[in-house]
Write a protein that binds this ligand. Structure first.
Ligand code: GCW
Length: 697
């Protein structure tokens, strides 16, 4: 998004930018370039100077700065820190948008707010100037709107340079170093700023040997990257290895309660903030899939996180501590272990034990970014903890940017879900978005007295690489776009966000292009679900790379991702009464809703229950017929998507169009493969024919 033409409305007007500050300079550069291109006029003034004939004024107004919510940070464990209280505060990023007789004034108390105001006007285009008079204040739902890169500095032998990256190599690293030329990073930072992202973690949470040194020897490279992002109001974070005191510091332990270990981190943090005063903090994947963590020393995750939190606290730094902790070496014969339970079992008992500058980062579902999972019960179980919702923009399990799958609808559903309402939607209790943005406290407080005082915000895995179109599939850009916008305002309509994305990406294109994008992407998440994973079963992918169907690929592995299909039925019994007990991790009423076969929603039936193939769904279909029908329908829908796009494919840049056609051909091939393998597998297992007699092999 943001080709030159997206600035036509601003560029053709008389524009004034007033105020100082680094980001105001960025704004001035944007406006000056646009007005030079489109024949408008640009002037840079001091705040308060006369600007009578301007059509757009972007001005700092320090008086607008709202006192930002400040929170007490205290370290519970006196041995891990001073125990003194400190303040953590966000930057006010709000702005005021005023229109009177077609002239627009954007005011903000900070240059960060003013930058968001500029992009608001860019998004509105001509409509910014031609509506009725208005005076609106816009503010983000949370000040933690983060994107995580799983980029390695080196090319990893199995994972490549970007773990689960489907868009080429890293935009940051090349040939074992941070790139000398960071101009692409600069353009990236601009795109992110335009959608409201304000924090970026620049290396993989699986921290390998070389990457660990970004914290120490290679810090100078991080300084360069941070300088680029700073111009766009974005703070840089690093993923760090919990074993760093041993691997980098030469200590013989990384025990979080060891004084030398704590001091090692204190010194490491001091060096980082000395070099990068606005550094954001550390992201930690500990005791997860082979990454080191506090368990090795018999310590809890709160011990580990709080020790790091104490080290970064003097700088208002954050520790994003991931809740993705489970046993990846389990025995499939052991039916009592359930990977879905793991995060809650580990973290719920620690609620209230984390320091206030620790954000516990929770994947949206209990397994792993599947196309359909229930929401992680951890999100509802830690009222005294800052909890962030983690999403996956990179399409590891949703077509790997070969398939056109727009995730806006999925995210919007997740964000709007209410754990304490019978239908999950209406009512006054907090939504998931409220829990992540700290707004839950205003709503019904489920018995705690104080619900998540400060926010944990949002984090998501980026889908960007050095690919010509940034995201492999040009349509996958829409996911990155929607993620940023939903972080800013989780109530935005995902369909409307597609329109916005089209408007900013193909400015001036005929309306038919936008209509075709909507026709292709609006139901694409549901379509992908149809031809892949029925009824919440998940994980029927090829082991390792996770692309394409392999129904039994993970069935007898240590990863804990099973479907338990046999000749009679399919699904995982996660009930309290007869299964793993996972359903009991939800608050009421959802614990009961999921527990009961009669009330469990169809789309999650096989996530919670093991049922015969003949079990009749609420839809009136049997499970087996649902499997057949959705797989046939999913492929037909892909054919329709291709038909819709072919009507407009010549109206966009031929290179974009060519890439989209290539990807559609692969999507159709892959969807057909999914359909035929899944249908054939279940026909053979169940022996029950398709009632419509279609070809199953
Ligand atoms: O989804 C899984 C991926 C891993 C990833 C892990 C995680 C970075 O398959 O590649 O590791 O999740 O989120 O930590």
């Amino acid at each position: 998004w943001l080709p030159d033409d997206a600035f036509a409305a601003i560029g053709s007007r008389r524009v004034v930018v007033a105020g100082d500050g680094a980001l105001t300079a960025t704004i001035a550069e944007e406006v000056a370039a646009a007005t030079a291109r489109f024949g408008g006029a640009f002037s840079r003034l001091d705040v308060g100077d006369g600007v009578s004939d301007a059509e757009l004024v972007l001005t700092l107004a320090p008086s607008l700065v709202e006192p930002v919510e400040t929170i007490e940070v205290s370290t519970r464990d006196a041995s891990a820190g001073s125990g003194a209280a400190a303040e953590v505060s966000g930057i006010d990023e709000s702005f005021r948008f005023m229109r009177e007789a077609g002239a627009v004034v954007v005011q903000a108390g900070t240059d960060a707010g003013l930058l968001h105001g500029l992009f608001h006007v860019v998004r509105l285009g001509e409509t910014a100037f031609d509506g009725p008079d208005t005076d609106e204040t816009h503010a983000p739902a949370t000040d933690l709107r983060m994107l995580d890169h799983w980029d390695n500095v080196d090319v990893h032998p199995t994972m490549g340079q970007v773990e689960r990256g489907y868009s080429g190599g890293s935009i940051f690293y090349d040939n074992g170093f941070v790139r000398a030329d960071l101009s692409r990073v600069e353009r990236y930072a601009r795109l992110l700023a335009a959608v409201g992202i304000n924090r970026v973690a620049i290396n993989n949470v699986n921290v390998h040997e070389h990457e660990a040194r970004l914290l120490t020897d290679d810090l100078g490279d991080v300084v360069r990257v941070a300088a680029v992002f700073r111009r766009w109001g974005i703070r840089v974070h690093l993923s760090v290895s919990f074993a760093s005191p041993v691997t980098l510091g030469g200590l013989d332990t990384s025990d979080p309660l060891d004084q030398d270990v704590a001091h090692w981190w204190v010194r490491a943090a001091a060096r980082v903030w000395d070099a990068i005063p606005d550094f954001g903090g550390f992201v930690v994947k500990a005791d997860s899939e082979g990454q080191p963590g506090p368990f090795a020393y018999g310590r809890t995750h709160a011990d580990g996180a709080n020790m790091l939190a104490a080290a970064v606290e003097p700088y208002e730094g954050l520790v994003h501590w991931r809740a993705f902790v489970y046993d990846h070496r389990q025995d499939w014969r052991d039916r009592s272990t359930d990977r879905a339970r793991a995060a809650y079992d580990h973290f719920h008992p620690l609620d209230g034990a984390f320091s206030e500058n620790v954000v516990v980062q929770v994947k949206y579902g209990p397994l792993d970014f599947q196309v359909r999972e229930p929401l992680s019960p951890v999100l509802a179980a830690m009222p005294h903890t800052r909890v962030a919702l983690e999403l996956q923009v990179t399409q590891e399990y949703t077509g790997q940017q070969q398939h056109a799958v727009y995730l806006g609808q999925q995210w919007s559903q997740l964000l709007g879900f209410r754990f304490w309402e019978p239908d999950g939607v209406g009512g006054g209790s907090p939504t998931v978005a409220d829990l992540a943005t700290g707004r839950g406290k205003a709503a019904n407080d489920p018995g705690t007295g104080r619900w998540r005082k400060p926010a944990g915000g949002f984090a998501a895995v980026s889908n960007v690489g050095d690919d010509e179109f940034w995201t492999g599939h040009p349509f996958a850009q829409a996911n990155l776009y929607a993620y940023g916008r939903l972080c800013w305002d989780p109530t935005l309509d995902p369909g409307a966000l597609l329109d916005e994305w089209v408007g900013l990406t193909f400015p001036g294109a005929p309306d038919a292009v936008g209509e075709a994008v909507r026709a292709v992407l609006d139901r694409s998440w549901e379509t992908y679900e149809q031809y892949t994973a029925p009824l919440g079963v998940g994980f029927m992918v090829r082991p390792g790379h996770h692309y394409g169907p392999d129904v039994d690929g993970y069935e007898y592995t240590p990863w804990g991702t099973y479907h338990f299909a046999d000749r009679d039925g399919i699904g995982v019994d996660r009930t309290v009464r007869t299964g793993t007990g996972y359903a009991g991790q939800y608050p009421s009423p959802w614990s009961a809703t999921y527990e009961s076969l009669s009330t469990c929603p169809d789309e999650l039936l096989l996530f919670f229950h093991h049922v015969p193939y003949t079990h009749v769904l609420h839809s009136g279909k049997s499970v087996i017929q649902h499997i057949y029908d959705t797989h046939f329908e999913g492929v037909s829908r892909v054919e329709e998507m291709i038909g819709e796009w072919s009507k407009v494919s010549t109206l966009v840049d031929p290179r974009v169009s060519e890439r989209i056609s290539e990807r559609f051909a692969e999507q159709l091939r892959s969807a057909t493969e999914w359909r035929d393998q899944v249908n054939t597998y279940f026909l053979r297992k169940s022996g029950i024919p398709d009632e419509r007699g279609r070809t199953i092999y």
